[in-house]
Design a protein around this ligand. Structure first.
Ligand code: GUN
Length: 289
C-alpha cells in the first residue's frame, strides 16, 4: 500500500491563517505591525525566489516584509554596518540574512552580528544555546516545520527512535535537540540518532528508525532498502536536478515501504516560511511587551 502523504502545504496554510489571526489581534491591540527585514546579497536565482516568497507570505499574514538587496560584491564591513543599523532600528522586529552568502563574506561573522532578539532564523549562538538548554527564545524555522508536521499529523514522537541523516547547523543539529527535549509537549521526548556522511553502516542505522528525517542535501540519497517498513519518512531536501526539484529521498521507491512520507515539493518547504512568520510575530511581541 502506498504511504500516506504528509501534506506540508496544507498544514503550512493552516498555520499561516492562525498566525494571520494572531497578528491581526495583536496589531489591533498594540498598534504595531510586525516587520521582517530580509537581507539578500547578490542575485542568485533560487535565493531571489525564496526571498520573494517570504515577502509575499509576510504580506498575506499582515506582517510588513522588506527586502534589502545588496550587490554580490558588497564588502563584509558594509554588510556588518547594515546589520548594526537594523539591530537598533525600533521599527524592525526580525532580521533574516538569506544564505548562502558570497564566498568573500564569512557567514558566521554576519549571523553572529544579528541582534539575538531579532534573530528569527535562530542562528545566533545565544539563541542556539537557549534552544539546547530547552528554553528556546525562537525555534529554528525548518526544524520547527518538521516538528509541526509530525504533531499536526498525530504522529507520536515521544519514546520513538528518530534517525536524522544530516548534521547541519540549520536543520540536523537543531532538529535533534528539539526532538530529544524533555518537554511536556507533543513532538519531543524522542530517542534521537544523528547520522552523517561519515557514519559507518548508515543503512543499518536508518533501518532502525521509527521516524527517518533526511536532511543531507543529496538528491534521492535515501533508498527503499534504508527504510524500515512502516516508518515515517520526512524529506527536508530541496535539490535542483535536470528533471526539476527532488528531495533527499527516492520518493517513488520509498513511498512503497514507508507508512507516511512528505513529498518534495509541498512537504517541509512550505512549513519553513510558516514558522518564519510565527517567529517574526514572536520577535515583535518580545520587543513591544
Ligand atoms: N537559505 C536557505 N534556507 C535558509 C534559511 O532557513 N534561512 C536563511 N537565512 N537562509 C536560508
Amino acid at each position: 500500500m502506498p504511504a500516506q502523504l504528509l501534506d506540508g502545504k496544507r498544514i503550512a496554510e493552516a498555520l499561516r491563517l492562525e498566525t494571520a489571526a494572531e497578528v491581526s489581534a495583536w496589531s489591533a491591540k498594540s498598534g504595531v505591525v510586525p516587520h521582517l527585514t530580509v537581507v539578500l546579497v547578490g542575485e542568485e536565482a533560487a535565493s531571489a525566489v525564496y526571498v520573494r516568497n517570504k515577502r509575499i507570505a509576510c504580506e498575506k499574514a499582515g506582517i510588513r516584509g522588506s527586502v534589502l538587496t545588496l550587490p554580490a560584491t558588497v564588502p563584509q564591513t558594509e554588510l556588518l554596518e547594515l546589520i548594526a543599523r537594523l539591530n537598533t532600528d525600533p521599527d524592525v522586529h526580525g532580521i533574516l540574512v538569506q544564505l548562502p552568502l558570497p564566498k568573500h563574506v564569512d557567514p558566521q561573522a554576519i549571523l553572529d552580528a544579528v541582534a539575538p532578539l531579532k534573530d528569527v532564523d535562530c542562528f545566533h549562538p545565544e539563541n542556539v544555546g537557549l534552544l539546547s538548554q530547552g528554553r528556546p527564545r525562537f525555534l529554528p524555522c525548518t526544524p520547527a516545520g518538521v516538528q509541526q508536521i509530525l504533531m499536526r499529523s498525530s504522529i507520536p514522537v515521544a519514546g520513538k527512535h528518530v534517525v536524522v541523516v544530516g548534521r547541519s547547523e540549520i536543520v540536523g543539529k537543531p532538529l535533534a535537540l528539539m526532538l530529544m527535549q524533555k518537554q511536556p509537549v507533543d513532538g519531543a521526548n524522542a530517542t534521537v540518532t544523528v547520522c552523517h556522511s561519515r557514519t559507518e553502516g548508515l543503512a543499518q542505522v536508518t533501518r532502525t528508525a521509527d521516524i527517518l528525517v533526511a536532511a543531507i542535501g543529496l538528491p534521492d540519497f535515501v533508498k527503499a532498502e534504508m527504510v524500515q517498513p512502516g516508518a515515517v519518512v520526512i524529506d527536508v531536501g530541496i535539490n535542483r536536478v535536470e528533471k526539476g526539484l527532488v528531495g533527499d529521498v527516492d520518493f517513488a521507491a520509498v513511498s512503497h515501504v514507508a507508512a507516511a512520507i512528505t513529498p518534495v515539493p509541498g512537504g517541509v518547504g512550505p512549513m519553513t516560511i510558516a514558522m518564519l512568520l510565527q517567529n517574526t510575530l514572536r520577535a515583535a511581541r518580545g520587543l513591544h511587551p
